[in-house]
Design a protein around this ligand. Sequence first.
Ligand SMILES: Cc1cc2cn([C@H]3C[C@H](O)[C@@H](CO)O3)c(=O)nc2[nH]1
Length: 224
Amino acid sequence: KKNMQPGRPFIVAVEGNIGSGKSTFLEYFNNFEGVEVLSEPVESWRNLNGNNLLGLMYEDPKKWSFTFQSYVQLTMLQNHLKPTKASIKLMERSIFSARYCFVEKMKRDRILPHSSAAVLDAWFQWITNSMNINIDLIVYLRTSPEIVYQRIMERNRPEEKLVSLEYIQSLHEIHEDWLNNKCLHHCPAPVLIINADLDKAIIQREYQHWKSAILNEKPSTIQI
Ligand SMILES: Cc1cc2cn([C@H]3C[C@H](O)[C@@H](CO)O3)c(=O)nc2[nH]1
């Protein structure tokens, strides 16, 4: 699938649960020429003028989820709009997973009051309707909750020590609803599902197999 407007890069969003191997995926494709990788701005979430919004959110979700997700939405928008000379822009997550996965989850858990969710949604609707937030392909790193939970514990990110298996399981279900079960919500692009339970060493073969579709190298004969 060639991207429509000449001069605009082919934009890929890598989606998946916490610990699903997005960084590993991005590191692999970062080596190819013409590719610009935009990682999730976790460091900004950890330090906005001295405030660790990520930490606050995990410590007291009811109090800080709106603040955190509001800033996430801004930083993801900045990534979407960031100009690039590269022909392929690989983004870690997107403004869509912010809205349809994480905010959705917090709404369902009643962590976000409807009033706060409504404000986040008003921003999301205005942004996505008034700007060109284009994505040409979503790569869904599909995992089993138990496996990624194990990886999260081993990775040992300080803010994530409070993450429960239940949280990971429901985030998995939400990703499945969004990207695997006939796209319950608005799916902004075709979805390529990769089995990301595979071990780091083996999964490189999977990346290699899908490389031409991910890098838009030739009209992909693969029906996604
Ligand atoms: C778009 C988006 C990414 C994202 C990440 N996170 C959390 C999950 C991980 O613990 C950490 C880094 O992805 O941030 C979140 O709570 N809400 C998010 N929204």
